[in-house]
Design a protein around this ligand. Structure first.
Ligand code: ADP
Ligand code: MG
Length: 418
């Protein structure tokens, strides 16, 4: 199913509002050339639209005009059919979440205080705010009990970014604007945050406009991708599939890159793969019993789930002794079902099991995906793409199979653990 079909299928749950830009121009004072030159654009309700383009092409300017951090020189912008100039600026901004790089948290405020800024302004009572903060922390994958009272300096970059996202969502705004939200974190954390965003979006169906300079991120996250060139001129505005397969012009072509097979890996998701369902156990269960069950299933490891069905351990059978079956300091390697196959390969390389635990909404366990499944799938995709584009144009793109040949076998893995 494509992203567009998904949107249509669940349109009754959409909580976002349509955004329209009509002939919008911004000329900064003292400059001749417009930073944004007459852009017209509709962002459908409930979709993620990714603005992508080179530095200085006008992405941030366009974004900031939507919440009136910048006023257009001319043109109209409407949200949910209403001209945004019809509202007071403060009021407008309370209905638009805004997430920027690093999370931009106030350093002297706790996580809870940071998240509750807008709900406070809206006059929510303290019980409702407290509940909302915990709900949001949970949603962005941070344990409320552990994190609500911490200060930003006590968090990693990725955790700060998560809190930034929670703050953007706090008052349940129909529209969320994000400006390079995951630009400042390491690639592994970025991947998790992207997955988290897709997971959140599946539940919430906001209208999200997200700026990035990274075409891979645009393709992964976007229901649609808007490729901009200087002056915010639209080079192409379409689904990731079309942008990859049929660049509209030379600029789009260059920006997307040579339609590489690796980029196509970003279109396929873990959810497209078949999952294995090995033996599971619940925290606190008797290990002798668990071991018997696993042996009967022919498994040499078990997946330990907590009371909310989240994976907490993935011990080999011989590690199962005594009563406790979870090492609280060692969370297993997990992969969100929305992760791309590209991400999947990266994640699996650090897994001790030659595969990864797949999780869905709120980190709930879904099954196991093995290396072999991924590589088989990629090879099939590869064959399909080659059949499409034969004769091959060559190129220097790394072949996916080369990336995974360094993967250890199951036995090597188990020995490594012994
Ligand atoms: P992007 O986010 O795509 O990198 P921006 O929207 O930040 O691009 O900038 C678009 C153009 O407008 C650039 O040429 C930039 O130098 C210029 N610009 C951005 N902000 C200002 C400003 N406050 N004053 C003057 N020029 C600006
Ligand atoms: Mg910018």
């Amino acid at each position: 199913m494509t992203a567009l079909e998904t949107t249509t299928a669940s349109s009754e749950q959409v909580s976002g509002a349509e955004i329209r830009l009509d002939g919008v121009t911004k000329i900064y004072r003292g400059q001749k050339a417009p930073a944004v030159d007459n852009i017209s654009l509709t962002v459908p309700a409930g979709e993620i639209v990714m603005f992508v383009g080179p530095s200085g092409c006008g992405k941030t300017t366009t974004l900031k005009m939507i919440n009136r951090l910048i006023e257009p020189s001319s043109g109209t912008i409407s949200i949910g059919g209403e001209d945004i100039r019809g509202k007071k600026v403060d009021e407008l901004r309370r209905t638009i979440g805004y997430v920027i790089q690093g999370g931009s948290l106030f350093p002297h405020m706790s996580v809870a205080k940071n998240i509750s800024l807008v709900p406070k302004l809206l006059g929510w009572d303290s019980a409702r705010i407290k509940e909302r903060v915990d709900e949001l922390l949970d949603l962005v994958g941070l344990d409320p009990a552990k994190y609500r009272s911490r200060y930003p300096r006590e968090l990693s970059g990725g955790q700060q970014q998560r809190v930034g996202v929670a703050r953007g969502l706090a008052a349940d705004p129909p529209v969320i604007l994000m400006d390079e939200p995951f630009g400042a974190v390491d690639p592994m954390t970025r991947q998790r945050l992207q997955d988290e965003l897709l997971s959140i979006q599946r539940e919430l169906r906001k209208t999200i406009v997200c700026v990035t300079h990274d075409i891979d991120e645009a393709i992964k996250l976007g229901d649609r991708v808007l490729i901009l060139q200087e002056g915010a001129h639209i080079a192409q505005y379409d689904t990731p599939e079309v942008v990859l397969s049929t660049p509209a012009n030379d600029f789009a072509q260059d920006f997307v890159g040579a339609g590489s097979s690796l980029k196509r890996l970003s279109l396929a998701r873990v959810s497209d793969l078949e999952l294995r369902m090995p033996t599971t156990a619940t925290i606190g269960e008797d290990t002798a019993q668990v071991r018997r069950r696993a042996e009967a299933n022919g498994d040499n490891a078990v997946i330990v789930l907590d009371s909310r069905n989240r994976p907490r351990g993935w011990p080999w059978l011989r590690q199962l002794t005594g009563a406790t079956i979870v090492d609280p300091d060692k969370d297993p390697v997990t992969l969100d079902t929305r992760a791309t196959l590209n991400d999947a390969l990266d994640t699996m390389l650090v897994s001790g099991h030659g595969g990864a635990l797949v999780t869905g909404d709120r980190d709930a366990y879904l099954g196991v995906v093995d290396f072999r499944t991924v590589t088989d799938f990629i090879e099939a995709m590869q064959r399909e793409a080659e059949a499409e584009t034969a004769p091959s144009a060559g190129g220097t793109d790394e072949h996916p199979a080369e990336r995974i040949s360094i993967a250890p076998t199951d036995e090597e893995l188990e020995q490594g653990q012994a």
